[in-house]
Ligand binder design. Structure first.
Ligand code: AMP
Ligand code: MG
Length: 357
């Protein structure tokens, strides 16, 4: 297999949950305003061309797109085209939007097949495959459970009856996927949630649309890079400390592929002793109990995204065993008695310099 460029672990004992690019000039902070995505641009000359960057509000998060180009204008045009792809992906996949294809699928009458176009069909094939491969730790058919626990709102612990009702309406077995015909049929009032794979899919679509120039897209919890190797040989990526998100606990260098981090959120509620985090264990129907973060590198964005969620659900002990057996590059950051323990698979350590092309 042609292994593309790398991930260099430059510092151990440190790592983070919200990867943050550390390349390029400093930025002003401007409040994110939905519907007015551009809130900052920056440009700076370098021997490799002009470094051009845009900060936008996208997919419910602050995002940064960067590239090197011959001119500032051509760099901006490149970023503009990537942004258009990401916008389209959000329009198609976001269940926050009633107009999206995913929302239409979730509204499709029970028992009536819903037809996906070729691109969505490929995406659903991947989603089904990762659900199976992770033994259901990644299972996006838990929309009803997430709603019962009010994960998109303030969070709540539902009554036993409400929880059981939602649980009975969750699970991939309730959604029949026919990859040959590209149809999905709801067997019950199940609801698909894109939260654990939508960003990865959007990044893969942007990667396919971008050209040869070095580029990086940082979507908050997930970063993809591609094109030619940037000046210095790689992009510098900080992975946040799960206890203090504004601090990078680990610095990585990355010249290809996608790095996804799943972690609890500062917004997690603790109610009657239950931490209501946004990542659920589909096998228990309850919030996953791990309190650190897990970072996964994969050549494909969707895979990195789905895997980081699944490995968060599995937790470090089972997750490291599972990932090691499959040669997947994974790093857990585990808060422990005031320190942060770093546990990685061999594949994560092996991702040093792998020459591109
Ligand atoms: P991520 O931040 O990529 O780990 O995705 C977390 C989001 O995915 C949550 O906010 C939910 O919308 C959704 N989700 C939560 N638990 C799961 C799960 N076990 N499998 C699939 N999607 C999930
Ligand atoms: Mg994910």
């Amino acid at each position: 297999m042609k292994l593309v460029a790398l991930l260099v672990l430059t510092s151990c004992a440190l790592l983070s949950a919200v990867p943050a690019a550390r390349q390029g000039p400093p930025y002003d902070t401007v409040p994110a305003v939905r519907g007015a995505p551009l809130y900052n641009t920056a440009a700076q000359d370098s021997p490799a061309g002009v470094f051009v960057s845009r900060d936008v509000y996208l997919m419910g998060t602050r995002a940064r797109l960067s590239t090197y180009a011959v001119t500032h204008d051509s760099g901006l045009a490149t970023l503009e085209s990537a942004l258009a792809v990401l916008d389209d992906a959000e329009e198609e996949l976001s269940t926050w939007r009633a107009s999206s294809a995913m929302s239409a699928l979730n509204r499709q009458p029970v028992g009536e097949p819903w037809t996906a176009d070729a691109r969505l069909c490929r995406m659903f094939s991947d989603v089904w495959e990762w659900q199976r491969a992770t033994d259901g730790a990644f299972d996006p058919s838990i929309g009803r459970l997430l709603a019962a626990w009010d994960i998109r709102g303030a969070g709540t612990v539902p009554s036993h009856e409400a929880h059981e009702r939602a649980r009975a309406l969750s699970g991939m077995a309730l959604l029949a996927f026919d990859p040959g015909r590209c149809t999905l049929t709801r067997r019950a009032d199940v609801s698909l949630d894109e939260g654990a794979f939508g960003k990865g899919e959007a990044l893969d679509r942007a990667a396919a649309a971008l050209g040869d120039a070095p580029w990086m897209i940082d979507l908050g919890g997930q970063i993809s890079v591609g094109g030619r190797v940037p000046p210095g040989g790689a992009w510098s990526i900080g992975v946040a400390d799960p206890r203090r998100r504004d601090h990078a606990a680990l610095q990585l260098r990355m010249a290809t592929g996608s790095l996804s981090t799943s972690a609890g959120s500062e917004r997690d509620l603790v109610m009657s002793g239950v931490r209501v985090g946004h990542i659920f264990d589909p096998r228990t129907g309850r919030p996953a109990t791990f309190n650190g973060s897990v970072t996964v590198w994969h050549e494909r964005g969707l895979a990195a995204d789905a895997l980081s969620t699944a490995l968060y659900v599995m937790g470090p002990k089972a997750g490291l065993r599972w990932a090691e057996a499959r040669g997947i590059a994974v790093c857990y950051l585990i808060p422990e008695r005031g320190t942060l323990r770093v546990e990685t698979t061999r594949a994560f350590e092996d991702l040093r310099i792998i020459a591109p092309g």
